[in-house]
Design a protein around this ligand. Structure first.
Ligand code: FAD
Length: 115
């Protein structure tokens, strides 16, 4: 059994997903001390926020984070196509059927506007 260390903080944030990271940043902006803990060594290796809501970007801008999000975001060219398929593989009668090819939210031919 390892040594137990007691840490006294006003706010403990458990989980460094979007909610925890945002809370940590916003509290720091307000000058409120917090400790953020995460059970994994790093952030998610899979994309979990392809699109970010306008209101979220407004809040990020308010906290001086918007430009960093834009800088790290995927190029629009990578987000311009969307396709709905019944499956990606298989040779059954209902496999690999396309039901829709909607224009996706970041279609490359649309004008780009930053919030
Ligand atoms: C494939 C995919 C695509 C998505 N695309 C979008 C999108 O385009 N736009 C969008 O807005 N949303 C999208 N989402 C949803 C979005 O990712 C979630 O709503 C968001 O991640 C939730 O954030 P969260 O911080 O609440 O939880 P999570 O992101 O799940 O974070 C929770 C964190 O807490 C940690 N944790 C849990 N228990 C403990 C513990 N006991 N101790 C320490 N750490 C712990 C976990 O390891 C994790 O890192 C997508 C989700 C997926 C899976």
């Amino acid at each position: 059994m390892g040594e137990i260390r007691v840490v006294d903080v006003p706010i403990l944030i458990v989980g460094a997903g979007g909610s925890g990271l945002a809370a940590s940043n916003f509290l720091a902006d307000l000058g409120i001390e917090s400790l953020l803990i995460e059970r994994h060594a790093s952030t998610s290796i899979l994309p979990k926020a392809h699109g970010i809501n306008q209101r979220t970007m407004e809040i990020f801008r308010h906290h001086g984070l918007a430009d960093r999000v834009y800088a790290e975001s995927a190029p629009r060219e990578n987000m311009g196509k969307c396709i709905w398929l019944t499956s990606l593989g298989g040779n059954g009668p209902m496999d690999r059927k396309c039901s829709s090819r909607p224009t996706s939210w970041a279609a490359a031919d649309r004008p780009h506007s930053k919030i």
